[in-house]
Design a protein around this ligand. Sequence first.
Ligand code: HEM
Length: 395
Amino acid sequence: MRDRHPVTDWATDFDHLDPRWIEDPFPIWDELRRSCPVAHTSRFQGVYFPTRYEDIRQIAYDTEHFSSRRVQVRETPPPVKSPAPPITSDPPHHRAARMVLLPQFTPEAINKLIPTTRMICNDLIDRFIGDETCDAAVDFAQHIPVRVIAGMLGLPPSDGEMFRGWVHGLVEEAILDDATMVRTLSEMTAYLLDHVEQRRRSPADDLISYLAADRIDGAPLTDNHILGTLRLLLIAGIDTTWSGIGACLWHLAKTPADRRRLVAEPALMQTAIEEFLRAYSPVTMARLVAKDTVVGGCPYEKGQMVLLSFPAANRDPAVFPDADKVIIDRKANRHAAFGLGIHRCVGSNLARMELTVAVEEFLKRIPEFHLADSKAVTWSEGAVRGPRKLPLLLG
Ligand code: HEM
């Protein structure tokens, strides 16, 4: 990331691209929650950062004052419009756009993908199983969601590298760089439109064909709607889950007691995955303040943005006792990693399945592993947080 003016006061001038925030945001958020629960910065054209669960919940549910028209905090206003329904839709349009997707992501639909996902994980592990080291982010985590979502959409998995490049362009680089945003969007649109047109000519059993044939209120979806939804699925389906899988393995590499316990007691897998989702939630979305309002005693001014940090909500000790401890058999854990309110994640069944299968297969074949060098671990920037380099010593 480019050189940035260093932060001296997180409460009045925070910067979520500051290297200290990227590497370890939790102490910063804890301090803010204690001293100034809603931080503000005039960077990025003005952004609020609430840190309490209750404020974040209220904002997520209040679609009258907080719009999803813009869900990314950027240095400048977006150079082009890029609606991605349903995530960028407000009521009343949101519901229909969301309903289009729901049948494709039910537990039954996702359970059918388990055998393929196990195969993908094992195919990746086969490539480094005999080695002394691997990079769990580069050699493992990043490939799994790309291959799964490519399979669902009916896109060639061999295009995975290109998809990851687009996700990096839109989620990270585009925050500061208009040209990257414009170029990435136009490349994605041309590629996806080509696939939509192919499916119109010869439909297949995949999500692109399904969207191309679907209707809202009796009318076919417009090309813009289909392309926006496909862009959303590619972005939401890839680096979120890649980040989640990486964070699980990072935790297990640096916490041998939890790793050995999970190997010895696989029945804990479900609570452990929920706890990793809570403690290392990958996704922070944004909202545009649509009308002046007050939440939790703090004013929000129309036109400013809000960073809606589900990760910070999940570390609030008012809701989660010992919020900063990772407790793999935590019982009560109604975390907000998948969001709150009408935009709650459509892909949560898929994400949970991929996380569970990836950690299960990794532990089955490599029960002993450690961080090769904790300083060599790097984290992504922007709205989705997860390890991007994660060198491990195996065995
Ligand atoms: C660990 C992985 C994931 C996490 C933590 C996550 C998190 C989230 C969050 C926090 C939201 C709410 C956004 C908001 O309030 O503005 C969301 C929405 C969404 N997610 Fe996920 N997500 C994950 C994986 C996925 C996957 C694999 C897919 C599908 C391929 C997906 C599809 C969506 C969609 C379509 C929405 C928009 C829902 C709406 O606007 O009604 N997500 N996700």
